[in-house]
Design a protein around this ligand. Structure first.
Ligand code: ADP
Length: 525
């Protein structure tokens, strides 16, 4: 008997549903043991992990199996929580928002259906990770790059649907998505955009199609199960340059952003450049206890000494230039001139042939090579390292960036946490990511991490900022902040939800969107 039951369901009913599912996906692809379900708990939960526990997990192998799974879920009104590879760490991992949901784990559907080098795209299933796609392109000699997010083991589908981002010129994953296949709650299968044409030729080439465009509706939502997704790939450039500029002073952030923005707008810098805080940079090279043994936030003196010793800037800008050597030289000269006006800024750069690999671990992402460098951060604080992220969208102005940074740093220090963060440059916005790093075996730290997150979200709201993504525990809170006209946006989301999924079986609570059947669970974990 599984340790958790789906909500409002008897053990006998659940047994019958499980028997049905076993007949569909096979015994070994229905997980109900406590040991098996442990993989579906959030490893980094900023609170009680069991608050988001699944009652079972199902691993279908095909669209037909998914449709059969849905029939049973509808019959018993059992909520399903879809994941592709379930590595949405820092936002909940594979765990469902509504405890007792059954995880629909699509990792077995892992075919790379098509790669087209001429038109530079791939069509993949949910179980394909960035590592998989990268290896496939490399092994088959395709001159195409992937755009990996910080941790390369996650899936292209999961990351794109969550509107994740990477580091190259194709860093905006939602923007490089083209064409989806989706199974709706009622089992209907549709293809978006040009995929609507039965023997189509342009499914992965033209995003809109004809009439209303629905792709964005299946991102960060609970309206469907995405079973195929097209992704545009960056043609491998003939050469590239990886640059780093180290800045000395905390207040330089304002100038950095104001210099970077025009370079992003006019495409001198085409990649999603990263302005990395000194402490985050240092965490890639060392552990905290080397520099400071105290419990509260690292004091300024220890921070300054650490940055000096490691020869790391207070802010560190990582950028890439791609193209022919002449183009790179011309762009590099512009970048050099632009940043030369920041006192004590130190610029360094390394040039590579298009097929050469960069040496530095953290730089590999900028060259389209997936890595797991993001996990170094877990060792920063010692103990069983975990993190939960605060991710406000920041207008790309120096004033806003400095304001968010100052706000977050001060609030984090109040709760005893270091400012471990940075800004990734879209064009008109920055993704500000601040990670609360805590020891998950230390109950006090876990509680403080959770409280800090809530305070930060309230601060952001008061200043007119909103999160682009939130952990399961804060999804309702984040959604409630988008409150214009008494929450008209969420009302629309829920109207659509009820129309598409009247039994409320797909991911109730995802992104704060609750179907009628489960609306009383809002805000409750
Ligand atoms: P990762 O690629 O990092 O492993 P996940 O598989 O954990 O990402 O997916 C992140 C989130 O995206 C999930 O929690 C879910 O809300 C949504 N999601 C992932 N895959 C699908 C899918 N195939 N269809 C619909 N939603 C999905």
């Amino acid at each position: 008997m599984p340790p958790t039951l789906p909500p409002k369901l008897s053990a006998a009913q659940f047994d019958r549903a499980l028997a049905g599912w076993r007949a569909v996906v096979g015994d070994s692809h229905v997980v109900t043991s406590a040991a098996g379900l442990a993989a579906y708990l959030d490893p980094f939960a900023p609170g009680e992990r069991a608050a988001f526990s699944a009652s079972a997990a199902l691993l279908p192998a095909s669209v037909d199996e998914i449709r059969a799974v849905l029939r049973i879920a509808n019959q018993y009104r059992i909520p399903l929580w879809t994941v592709s590879t379930g590595r949405n760490f820092a936002y909940g991992g594979a765990a469902p928002r509504l405890a007792g949901s059954v995880v629909l784990d699509l990792q077995r559907m892992n075919r790379i259906i098509e790669v087209n080098e001429t038109l530079a795209y791939a069509l993949v299933e949910p179980g394909v990770s960035y590592f998989d796609l990268y290896a496939h392109l490399r092994d088959n000699g395709y001159k195409l790059w992937v755009d990996p997010p910080a941790a390369g083991w996650g899936s292209v589908v999961g990351n794109t649907l969550e509107r994740g981002f990477g580091y190259t010129a194709y860093g905006d994953h939602a923007a490089t998505q083209c064409g989806m296949e989706v199974v709706l709650a009622n089992g209907d299968v549709l293809r978006t955009g040009m995929g609507g044409i039965e023997i189509g030729t342009a499914w992965q080439l033209y995003q809109p199609g004809y009439g209303p465009s629905f792709d964005a509706m299946f991102m960060q939502s609970n309206y469907g199960i995405v079973t195929k997704l097209g992704v545009w790939l960056m043609p491998a450039p003939p050469a590239y340059l990886l640059g780093e500029i180290q800045f000395r002073h905390e207040a330089d952030l304002e100038t950095i952003v104001d210099i970077l923005r025009p370079l992003r707008l006019d495409e001198t810098i085409r990649n999603h450049a990263v302005i990395e805080g000194g402490l985050r940079r240092a965490a890639g090279l060392s552990a905290r206890q080397q520099w400071y043994e105290g419990t509260g936030a690292m004091p300024e003196s220890a921070l300054a000494a650490m940055l000096a010793k490691l020869d790391v800037g207070r802010w560190n800008l990582h950028f890439a230039l791609y193209g022919t050597p002449e183009l790179i030289d011309a762009r590099y000269a512009i970048v050099q001139r632009a940043f030369a006006r920041v006192p004590q800024a130190r610029l360094s750069a390394a040039r590579y042939a298009g097929d050469a690999q960069p040496t530095g671990g953290g730089d590999r992402n900028l060259a389209g090579i997936p890595a797991m460098s993001a996990f170094r951060m877990l060792d920063w604080r010692g103990g069983a390292g975990a993190h939960v992220d605060f991710s406000p969208v920041c207008p790309a102005t120096g004033r806003d960036a400095l304001r968010q940074y100052t706000m977050v740093k001060a609030r984090a220090a109040e709760y005893g946490f270091d400012y471990y963060g940075g800004f990734t440059a879209g064009v008109r916005h920055l993704h500000h990511i601040f990670a609360v790093i805590f020891d998950r075996d230390d109950a006090n730290q876990v509680e403080l991490a959770g409280e800090l997150l809530r305070s930060l979200m309230s601060d952001a709201r008061a200043a007119g900022y909103g999160e682009y993504r939130a952990h399961l525990a804060y999804m309702d809170f984040a959604a409630a902040q988008y409150s214009f006209n008494d929450g008209a946006l969420l009302r629309l989301s829920e109207t659509i939800k009820d129309a598409l999924d009247p039994n409320g079986i797909l991911a109730p609570g995802k992104q704060g969107i609750w179907p009628a059947a489960w609306r009383d669970r809002r805000g409750y974990t």
